[in-house]
Design a protein around this ligand. Sequence first.
Ligand SMILES: Nc1ncnc2c1ncn2[C@@H]1O[C@H](COP(=O)(O)OP(=O)(O)OP(=O)(O)O)[C@@H](O)[C@H]1O
Ligand SMILES: [Mg+2]
Length: 481
Amino acid sequence: MDTQHRADASAVAAAFGMSGLNARSLRQQLLTWLVAPLAVLLVAGTLFSYWVALRSATITYDRALLDPALALAEHVDSENGSTVLDLPKVAQDVLRIDSYDRIYFSVSRLNGELLAGQPEMPAPPPVVPVGHRTFYYGTVNAERVRIAALYVPQPNGPVVIQVAETMVKRNRLTREILIGETVPDLMIATMAMVLVWLGILRSLAPLERLRTEIAQRSARDLRPLDGSYAPSEVRPLVGTLNELLGDLRDALDAQQRFTANAAHQLRTPLAGLQTQVELALRQPASESMLRSLHQLRSATVRAAHLANQLLALSRAEPGGRRPDALRTIDLRSIAQDAASIWVPRALPKDLDLGFELATAPTVGDARLLRDLLDNLIENAIRYTPAGGSITVRTAVEDDAAVLSVVDDGPGIALDQREQVFQRFYRVPGATGDGSGLGLAIVQEIVNAHQARITIEDGPDGRGTLIRVYFAKAPPGQPPAA
Ligand SMILES: Nc1ncnc2c1ncn2[C@@H]1O[C@H](COP(=O)(O)OP(=O)(O)OP(=O)(O)O)[C@@H](O)[C@H]1O
Ligand SMILES: [Mg+2]
């Protein structure tokens, strides 16, 4: 029944185009819309602040690199038409001291003629720049360097002082800026993601609760959903679902009323028919006439039984139940009432129908409980071969009021134990006339009482043992008479 229900649900989903393939999860969508822009923002922000920081660091280091060039410029002298660097070797070495980088310098003419310093210096730009100074990157001794070039005017043409320094300081600063910028940003982004994820989980919790509430329901439970805890965005959905459930409930109620009325209407003419057949059977008649009348009688009895079963089924369905009929009731008294009807019916088949009754109070609808017991006893009598024995028991076990019927008949095969509860289902080859509704009625009544039913082998692995577990009535309330 459950599988059927689920199959129906997926068919409905497919009919509405809600296939799982194109319907991405809300969680996934929210994350995609948050993570992707956040990642782009993070990268763009880091790049931008890196660029700004690098620029100002370069300007600062460049300014520092110019200092030795200016100091050297003080000592460039022109004597007798030739330009020289008038600085002792020791002082030159002092200018080249740095704790991180190697520093090189050169003094040369614009045409590249070296006057002093490092011969491997790259050639300076041959045109004197505005402000007489410029900075650029180059290579010295196969090492990348930053170079400051200072143009100093001299009587016999300008000279260029170049000071170059390796990139150790600058690279280290770049690294530090990069880490300093990225790590806090990454931490903030991660925190934001975690918070968003938690937020999503929290906001989706009411939907999850709604899903559980719907999933736990049986196919026939059409009570309105409780949407009070749902966020305002979801409440209209719950409202619409409840309207749909209401419409379904009305439709099922109408169907249930129709079945009940039809069965009820059938009963009167069938009873009349039965009386007439009984009367006719008492009249003198030919052999063949009698045979026909006997067949007519058993067909009428079958039809009347079917009408009764349909009526009992519609009484047990959700639309036919009467909540005001629920009382604290002792299963023992239900069984006692049934005994007087069923013991005489078991006699012709030479069945030993016994009752072992202990008090078993529960809350239930006496009429439905009686329908349930009648169907179980009727089955036992119908399917147990002559000479067999049947026992009806009521008792309290742990927290349950238990009603059981056990027989030593043919039993119900393991693979049939779910199907026998389906409407109009009869085990293939089952003896006797039956409409296949008895256990469906029992199942509805079990559902109506939120009880539980089990089918097992009887003692010694023979026969059928059916047990129904009802909630035990709370103590203190006297069972209704
Ligand atoms: N005590 C039992 N022993 C053996 N088989 C049983 C027993 N009770 C039920 N069954 C099997 O389960 C099937 C379904 O039972 P159910 O009471 O629903 O229908 P039915 O007895 O055939 O018809 P109805 O009860 O409507 O007259 C029966 O056809 C029968 O084969
Ligand atoms: Mg039956």
